[in-house]
Design a protein around this ligand. Structure first.
Ligand code: SF4
Length: 287
C-alpha cells in the first residue's frame, strides 16, 4: 500500500476502478519521490484534455512528480487551459474564480495551520499568465506583501489560450496571435523581479526542457515557502495551438528559448532562503 495513506474500504477492492487501485498500491504518497523516479510509480495525472504537445501538460506532470508531500498538499487553481486538467489530478485541489486564487490560498493556508498546527500542509497556487500575471495580479501581490507561506506557480504560455489567443502581459513584444493580429505593443512583464521586490523569498524561471531542474526548483520553492515565506516559480509552457507550430516541436521550442536566452532562466534567493537551501543540500548529500 502506498504509505498506508490512501486506502480502500474493506469489501470495495474489486469494484474500485483500476486506476484508483494502482494509486493505492503504487502512488507517490509518503514516499518522497521526484522527477528522477518517473516511470517507477503511478503518477498523479496520466490523462488530460489539453491539446497534443501542450507545454502545460508536461509541466503539470513534472510539478506533480516534484511535490515534497503530495498527500499533504492542496493545489489552488484558476481559470485557464491548465485548470481543465485538474479534475484528472489525484490530489486535493480547489478551483477559484478568475484571479482570486492567491486570496483563496491565503485563507486555506491559515485555516490548515489552525486545524493541523503540528503538520506541514503545503498550499500551492497553479495558474496561467492571465490568472496570475494580469487579472489576479492584485491578489497575488497582496499575498506576497503579507508574506503568506504559499508557493505560486505560473504556467506561462504567453497568451490567453483557451479563449482563442489574446495577448497577455506575459506575451513578448511583437507577438502575433489570432486576436492580436497587429502584434503586441509592449514588452513582457518582468514578474520574477516584481516577485522578488514584493517580498518573495525565492523566485525562479524554468522550462520543461530541463525536467530535473524544474523538479528541483518546484521542490525547493515549496520547502522554502513552508518555512520562510512566499515563493514564485514561472514555467515557460509552449502553446502549439495559438503560436501555430507543430505539437511535436514544443520541447524543441522550449529548449531553443532556454538556449538563446529569449526565455531567460533566473533564480533569486533571499539570504535566509539561501541559507535554508544550503542546509537542505547538506542533509540530502549522499553519504
Ligand atoms: S490552447 Fe495552448 S495552452 Fe491551451 S491546451 Fe491547447 S496547447 Fe495548451
Amino acid at each position: 500500500m502506498s504509505a498506508n495513506i490512501v486506502k480502500i474500504s474493506p469489501g470495495f477492492e474489486e469494484i474500485m476502478p483500476e486506476d484508483y487501485r494502482n494509486l493505492v498500491k503504487d502512488g507517490p504518497y509518503g514516499r518522497g519521490l521526484d522527477v528522477d523516479k518517473l516511470g517507477t510509480f503511478k503518477e498523479l495525472i496520466e490523462e488530460h484534455p489539453l491539446c497534443a504537445g501542450c507545454g502545460l501538460a508536461l509541466s503539470l506532470r513534472l510539478i506533480l512528480a516534484s511535490l515534497p508531500n503530495p498527500e499533504d498538499t492542496v493545489i489552488v487553481g484558476t481559470t485557464g487551459c491548465n485548470s481543465l486538467s485538474f479534475s484528472q489530478v489525484a490530489i486535493h485541489n480547489i478551483h477559484s474564480l478568475f484571479g482570486n486564487q492567491n486570496a483563496v490560498a491565503t485563507g486555506l493556508k491559515r485555516a490548515l495551520k489552525i486545524r493541523f498546527p503540528q503538520k506541514a500542509k503545503d498550499v500551492v497556487v497553479i495558474g496561467g499568465d492571465g490568472g496570475i500575471g494580469d487579472i489576479g495580479l492584485g491578489m497575488v501581490m497582496h499575498s506576497w506583501f503579507r508574506r503568506e507561506k504559499i508557493t505560486t506557480i505560473m504556467l506561462d504560455n504567453e497568451s490567453y489560450s483557451n479563449t482563442g489567443g489574446q495577448e497577455s502581459g506575459m506575451s513578448c513584444e511583437g507577438a502575433v496571435l489570432n486576436m492580436a493580429p497587429t502584434g503586441k505593443k509592449f514588452p513582457k512583464i518582468s514578474l520574477p523581479e516584481i516577485a522578488r521586490d514584493a517580498g518573495c523569498v525565492y523566485s525562479a524561471t524554468i522550462t520543461p526542457a530541463s525536467p530535473k531542474r524544474l523538479g528541483k526548483v518546484v521542490k525547493q520553492a515549496i520547502l522554502i515557502a513552508r518555512e520562510l515565506g512566499p515563493t514564485y516559480v514561472q514555467i515557460y509552457c509552449p502553446c502549439p495551438t495559438n503560436y501555430k507550430f507543430k505539437p511535436q516541436e514544443s520541447l524543441k521550442r522550449a529548449k531553443e528559448k532556454e538556449k538563446d536566452g529569449s526565455y531567460p532562466i533566473k533564480e533569486y534567493l533571499s539570504p535566509p532562503a539561501k541559507e535554508f537551501v544550503e542546509g537542505l543540500e547538506v542533509v540530502n548529500k549522499p553519504r
